[in-house]
Write a protein that binds this ligand. Structure first.
Ligand SMILES: [Zn+2]
Length: 417
């Protein structure tokens, strides 16, 4: 190690740089390694590599990086200065090479396909079993008989929601790998010819995953959700049903509306399946009081029904409007620096809308064209952030061909804020 204390990274070059990887200008760099005295055989980064042990004598060899390709030992690692261009190139190569993990896989087993189909069938009716006994865990205590509770239906819906969640997470993760490989190509353009066939295969896998996801999503629910932000903030009307809340009633009402409207407009649930947002606010406010509890809970249930009706009415105003062609710059999933967990900048509603209304993709630009109902388009644009740039490209029949319009659109450069 050099005495000037330069930081050194130890990297497994032989595993990263396989024969098919283009090296560009980095191929001309000198690489120091070790080989057996004959000079033939593998080149090692580590003098004490186990694969060298049988050699009677070991000698230091220096050659152009390009000339050692195909001879690099895959068991040991090379110490390289932290500023070495080979390190930077290696990181890009890894980002492209990792696409191979996701392509050319065995198709889903028949069992998995059957589970997917069942999930799609179940979720078409909502998030929970439509049968009221099966849908209310409270039913168990109220009528005293556990037999009435349909565990099987409940489990089926739980499994269906989990399957949809997995497809969603996987679809977003695959997109993120694609975007990362784009960055790698941008950093080292000579990698393009190597990356492109892998990216083309990955694009097919991403689309198959998208189709699996959309089979479990309801466009009608996405449309209704887009009506929620158009509903005027409701005002509280006092009534005997809210008596147990006393003077807090208006505050509880305001909180219930705010939680519900936020949840309802950014989720892929049917509007009816967001009631938990309200019931938890109301139950928290009532605490352990019994008197007037049922009245307050059902009073709020009545309010939610009104909110749902209003949202549907607002959404349906746009029924006759032509569909809108939108371009979105698709963001990847970000890895949280602190806890290392994935953070998706897209809400579920946004993800679901992009999956459902996608009509063209331009992966090199990281852009997707959507042909979406007007109310959906407006909501997506209203929520557009630096993470998700959205622009209206056209309307109805004028909107096509989407591919040509999309390829001419570049999302505004995104900066970390
Ligand atoms: Zn070795």
């Amino acid at each position: 190690m050099s005495s000037d204390d330069e930081a050194v990274r130890v990297v497994p070059l032989g595993r990263t740089f396989t024969l098919d990887v283009p090296l560009g200008p980095a191929g001309d760099l000198a690489l120091t390694g070790f080989a057996s005295a004959t000079g033939r055989g593998k080149v090692h980064g580590d003098q004490s590599c186990g694969a060298l042990r049988s050699a009677t004598a070991v000698r230091r060899v220096e050659s152009r990086f390009r000339d050692t390709l195909g001879r690099l030992c895959t068991n040991c690692s090379w110490p390289l200065p932290a500023g070495s261009p080979i390190l930077k190139l290696g990181a890009s190569v890894v980002d492209i090479d990792s696409l191979k993990v996701w392509i050319g896989r065995e198709p889903d087993s028949l069992e998995d396909q059957a589970l997917d189909e069942d999930a799609a069938m179940a979720l078409a009716a909502g998030e929970y079993p439509p049968d009221p006994v099966g849908s209310s865990a409270e039913g168990i205590e109220e009528d005293g008989s556990k037999d009435e509770f349909d565990h099987e239906a409940w489990d089926r819906y739980e499994r269906a929601r989990a399957i949809r969640h997995q497809h969603h997470v996987h679809w977003r993760r695959l997109q993120s790998y694609m975007l990362r490989s784009n960055e790698a190509v941008a950093a080292h353009p000579f990698l393009r010819s190597w990356a492109e066939p892998l990216q083309a295969e990955l694009a097919k896998v991403i689309d198959a995953e998208r189709r699996s996801l959309t089979a479990m999503l309801q466009p009608a629910a996405l449309l209704d959700a887009a009506g929620v932000p158009l509903v005027a903030r409701p005002t509280f009307m006092p009534g005997p049903q809210f008596a147990t809340l006393g003077g807090d009633a208006p505050k509880v009402f305001a909180k219930a509306w705010s939680e519900w409207s936020h949840q309802a407009q950014w989720s892929w649930h049917r509007l009816e399946d967001n009631s938990f947002a309200v019931s938890s606010v109301v139950r928290d406010a009532i605490g352990r009081r019994r008197k007037g509890r049922d009245e307050a809970v059902s009073g709020f249930e009545g309010l939610v029904e009104q909110w749902i009706a209003s949202a549907r009415r607002e959404a349906s105003r746009y029924d006759d409007e032509p569909r809108q062609l939108l371009a979105v710059g698709i963001p990847g999933v970000a890895r949280d620096q602190i806890d290392g967990r994935d953070r998706d900048p897209l809400t579920r509603w946004e993800g679901a809308v992009i999956a459902t209304y996608q009509i063209a993709v331009n992966w090199p630009n990281g852009t997707i064209a959507l042909l979406a109902p007007r109310v959906v388009a407006d909501h997506l644009i209203a929520g557009a952030t630096r993470d998700l740039p959205v622009e209206r490209l056209g309307t109805g029949a004028d909107a096509l061909p989407a591919e040509a319009l999309l390829s001419g659109w570049t999302p505004e450069k995104r900066h970390d804020s």
